[in-house]
Design a protein around this ligand. Structure first.
Ligand SMILES: Cc1cc2nc3c(=O)[nH]c(=O)nc-3n(C[C@H](O)[C@H](O)[C@H](O)COP(=O)(O)OP(=O)(O)OC[C@H]3O[C@@H](n4cnc5c(N)ncnc54)[C@H](O)[C@@H]3O)c2cc1C
Length: 453
C-alpha cells in the first residue's frame, strides 16, 4: 500500500497551505482532492473577451496578511476594487443614490444603525477569539438568534432592515439562522463591522489580477504530483499509529491526516472507529450558507458613465447585493451580484432562464435599461456543488458554540482539522483558510517530530 507521512484531504487554500508547510519541513505529503481542480471555494470563469472573473471568493483586505503574503510569494498582484462614484440602496421601491461610503438611510435610521453597531461591537470585544464560548455572557448570547436580539433591540424598521440584510450579505444566511454569539464571534474575527463591510481598506479592498484561484494553482504547482485530483476521500480508518485513507481510486497509509473540509462535509466521511459523539454532533450542526453568485458581462461599464460605482444593496429584491466586478484592463464591464439566504433557496429551484430573467430585472431596476442586454451571464449555485454544499461558509446556530466549540479544531488522535471554519482570525474567509493551514501544519509537524516540541 502507498505510504506517506501525512494525507491532506481537500485542495482548497487550507489544504494546500498545510501541505506546502509540511513539505517545507521535510514531510512526505499527499493531498487528495475530490474535484478535477484545486481551489475549492475559489474558482475562475473565463469570459469570451479572454478575462477571468471570480465565481467564488474574490476580495482581500489589508489585514488579511497571511493570504496576501502567499499571493506575493508567488508573484501574484492585487488591484483595487473599483470604488468611484455613488453607491445605491434600494428601499421602499426606490433606488437611492449616495456619494457617502455609508448606505443612504433616513437620518433616524442612520443614528439607530450606528447605535446598534456600537452595542454589537462592544459585546464582540468581550470575546476571546480562541475560546468564544468562554466569556461570562457567552451562554446567554448563544441562547438567542441574531434576529431575536435585533427585534428586541430596536423598533426602527429601516434600521432593522439594514441589519437583516447585513446577515445574508456576510454569511449567505439569515439573521434568524445563527446565534447572536456566532454573529459576534464572526465580526470580531474579521476586525469589526466596518472592516467586514468596507471597500477601501476593508474586506473588499482589492482583487487579484487573474482571480483568487491563482493562489491555489500556484501552491498546487509547487506541490507537483503530491496533489491528486478526482480523488474523493470516503473513509478514514485510524488507530494510535496512523490512518488508512480510502478514496475513489486507491488507499494510502499515513502517520497523520488533516481534514480541511467544512464541518458539514467532514461529517459525511466515514471514520473507523466512529468519531466521538461531540465531534459528530458538531458536524451535524454547522450548515453551509446559501448563495448563487452571478457575473454579467456588458459591452462596457455603462454605470460608471452615470457616476455610479456599481455597488448596490437592496432591502427588497432577490439580488440583494451587486458590485462592479470588471477585471483590470478590461474594455468591457462586469457586474457581480448575489442571491443570498432565502432568496438563493427560492430561485435555486427555478430554471437557469427563469433565474437569469429575475437577475436581469433586478439589474435593470438598479442600473437602467442597458442592464437588460448583457453579452454573457454566468452563475454558480454553491449549495448545488457536491464538494461544497453551500457558501460562503458554515455557521453556528443557537447553542452550538457553547456546547461544541472546542470540537471545531481540536485534533482527535491522528486526525487534525483545518479550513476557514476553524480559524480564530478571519473565520470564513480565504485568509482564515490559510491561517488554519499554517496552524494544522504546526500541529502535525510537532506530533511527527516530537524533538521540536
Ligand atoms: C461566492 C463566494 C464568495 C466568497 N467571497 C469571499 C471573499 O470575497 N473573500 C474571502 O476571503 N472569502 C470569500 N469567500 C469564502 C472563501 O472562498 C472560503 O472561506 C475559502 O476559500 C475556504 O477555503 P478552505 O480551504 O477552507 O475550504 P474549501 O475551499 O471548501 O476547500 C475544501 C476542499 O475539499 C474538497 N473536498 C470536499 N470533499 C472532499 C472529499 N470527500 N475528498 C477530498 N476532497 C474533498 C473540495 O473540493 C475543496 O477543494 C467566498 C466564498 C464563496 C463561495
Amino acid at each position: 500500500m502507498e505510504s506517506v507521512d501525512v494525507v491532506v484531504v481537500g485542495a482548497g487554500l487550507a489544504g494546500l497551505t498545510t501541505a506546502v508547510d509540511l513539505v517545507a519541513r521535510g514531510h512526505r505529503v499527499l493531498v487528495l482532492e475530490a474535484r478535477d481542480r484545486v481551489g475549492g471555494r475559489t474558482t475562475g470563469q473565463l469570459l469570451s473577451d479572454g478575462h477571468t472573473v471570480e465565481m467564488g471568493g474574490q476580495w482581500f483586505g489589508p489585514t488579511q496578511t497571511e493570504v496576501l503574503a502567499l499571493a506575493e510569494l508567488h508573484g501574484l498582484k492585487t488591484y483595487p476594487q473599483y470604488d468611484e462614484g455613488d453607491q445605491q440602496l434600494v428601499w421602499d421601491g426606490k433606488v437611492n443614490r449616495t456619494s457617502s461610503d455609508e448606505p443612504r438611510l433616513s437620518p433616524q435610521a442612520a443614528v439607530e444603525v450606528g447605535r446598534l453597531k456600537g452595542e454589537l461591537e462592544a459585546m464582540a470585544a468581550r470575546l476571546d477569539l480562541q475560546r468564544p464560548w468562554a466569556a461570562p455572557e457567552s451562554e446567554e448570547w448563544d441562547r438567542i438568534t441574531f434576529r431575536s436580539w435585533l427585534d428586541a433591540a430596536s423598533e426602527n424598521g429601516e434600521a432593522l432592515a439594514f441589519w437583516r440584510l447585513f446577515a445574508p450579505a456576510i454569511f449567505a444566511a439569515e439573521a434568524h439562522e445563527m446565534s447572536l454569539l456566532h454573529f459576534l464571534f464572526y465580526i470580531a474575527s474579521g476586525g469589526g463591522i466596518d472592516m467586514l463591510l468596507g471597500t477601501k481598506d476593508g474586506a473588499q479592498d482589492c482583487r487579484l489580477v487573474g482571480g483568487s484561484h491563482l493562489i491555489s494553482e500556484a501552491l498546487a504547482e509547487s506541490l507537483g504530483d503530491r496533489v491528486r485530483l478526482c480523488s474523493p476521500v470516503h473513509t478514514i480508518e485510524h488507530d494510535a499509529d496512523g490512518a488508512t485513507v480510502r478514496y475513489d481510486g486507491g488507499t494510502v497509509r499515513a502517520g497523520r491526516v488533516v481534514v480541511t473540509l467544512p464541518p458539514a462535509l467532514a461529517g459525511r466521511l466515514r471514520y473507523a472507529p466512529a468519531m466521538p459523539a461531540l465531534r459528530d454532533q458538531l458536524t451535524q450542526q454547522v450548515p453551509m450558507g446559501s448563495v448563487i453568485k452571478i457575473n454579467v458581462l456588458y459591452d462596457r461599464p455603462f454605470w460608471r458613465a452615470d457616476g455610479l460605482k456599481g455597488s448596490t444593496m437592496s432591502f427588497e429584491d432577490p439580488l440583494s447585493v451587486a458590485v462592479d466586478n470588471t477585471p483590470q484592463h478590461s474594455e468591457h464591464g462586469v457586474i457581480a451580484a448575489f442571491f443570498e439566504g432565502t432568496h438563493a433557496r427560492r430561485v435555486g429551484v427555478l430554471t437557469l432562464e427563469e433565474r437569469r430573467a429575475i437577475a436581469l430585472d433586478c439589474l435593470q431596476k438598479f442600473f437602467g435599461p442597458q442592464a437588460a442586454e448583457p453579452l454573457e451571464y454566468h452563475e454558480k449555485d454553491w449549495a448545488a456543488e457536491e464538494y461544497s454544499r453551500g457558501c460562503y461558509g458554515g455557521r453556528l446556530g443557537t447553542g452550538v458554540w457553547t456546547a461544541f466549540g472546542p470540537q471545531l479544531s481540536e485534533p482527535l488522535g491522528v486526525i487534525h482539522w483545518a479550513g476557514a471554519e476553524t480559524s480564530a482570525v478571519w473565520n470564513g474567509y480565504m485568509d482564515g483558510a490559510v491561517r488554519s493551514g499554517h496552524r494544522a501544519a504546526d500541529e502535525v509537524h510537532h506530533a511527527l517530530s516530537p524533538e521540536t516540541n
